[in-house]
Design a protein around this ligand. Structure first.
Ligand SMILES: CC(C)(COP(=O)(O)OP(=O)(O)OC[C@H]1O[C@@H](n2cnc3c(N)ncnc32)[C@H](O)[C@@H]1OP(=O)(O)O)[C@@H](O)C(=O)NCCC(=O)NCCS
Length: 206
């Protein structure tokens, strides 16, 4: 599929600064190749439990090739949005990524992580809403979330955002999916616009 970048909300140069919870100055933007060291350092701001939930096991550091994989993205088959601090410690705060299936290009797997200090502030919900919007722009029909069966936080979060259907249920892993044709994308866009008034003007253009 050829993507016309001018019609994308989350186009290759997308980035915006915003204030969150009346005290955090943050930037939301696409993950770019220059974020390698921020992503490496970000791992150190995750608790063991957060790492286990994100990677389904321990993770001490990323290899060079893992960092290339995580940051050198084509924005279509592999797309990621990151949040980072502005005017402060400049830490990486969160990443949501969407990777299309090689065999079923209208299906994409989602992975998300927020550093512990910024959890429970609504950023996870915002990023899941944003990734739904980005997926709808990339002709994706199904978003898949695979996680540990004990990870009730992500389950509650995705169920709060939209209808999530259980697809796989084993002792090691559960998989839930969103079918995008069952999600009201306009409503998702409005929710993002309410949370990020800085973006509202642009969002309503569609
Ligand atoms: C799962 C994860 C991404 C959730 O991110 P988060 O930013 O903490 O999620 P949210 O803040 O949007 O939602 C979590 C809770 O905060 C609440 N919340 C949402 N907005 C809020 C706000 N403005 N103020 C206070 N609380 C808020 C939500 O209602 C939710 O509460 P609930 O669990 O009682 O329903 C995060 O916990 C994480 O990184 N976990 C480890 C990695 C992981 O599990 N990834 C998923 C598998 S890939």
């Amino acid at each position: 599929m050829t993507i016309n970048n001018s019609s994308l909300y989350f186009h290759p140069h997308f980035a915006t600064e915003f204030q969150w919870a009346k005290k955090y100055n943050l930037r939301l933007g696409l993950v770019t190749p220059d974020k390698k060291s921020k992503i490496s350092q970000g791992l150190r701001n995750l608790s063991h439990e957060t790492i286990r939930f994100r990677f389904m096991g321990p993770k001490k550091e990323f290899t060079k090739s893992e960092l290339e994989y995580l940051t050198e993205l084509d924005g279509n088959n592999h797309f990621a949005l990151g949040i980072e601090e502005v005017n402060g410690r400049e830490r990486g705060v969160a990443i949501v990524r969407m990777v299309k299936s090689h065999t079923h290009p209208d299906v994409a797997e989602i992975a998300i992580v927020i550093i512990d200090e910024y959890q429970n502030l609504g950023l996870g919900t915002l990023l899941i809403e944003a990734i739904i919007l980005a997926a709808s722009e990339r002709e994706i029909k199904t978003l898949s979330f695979s996680f540990l069966p004990t990870n009730t936080t992500i389950l509650k979060l995705i169920q709060n955002v939209a209808v999530a259907e259980l697809k796989t249920n084993t002792v090691d892993m559960v998989q839930y999916v969103y079918q995008l044709d069952k999600i009201d994308i306009k409503k998702i866009r409005e929710k993002i616009a309410q949370k990020l008034p800085e973006l509202a003007k642009f969002l309503y253009k569609f």
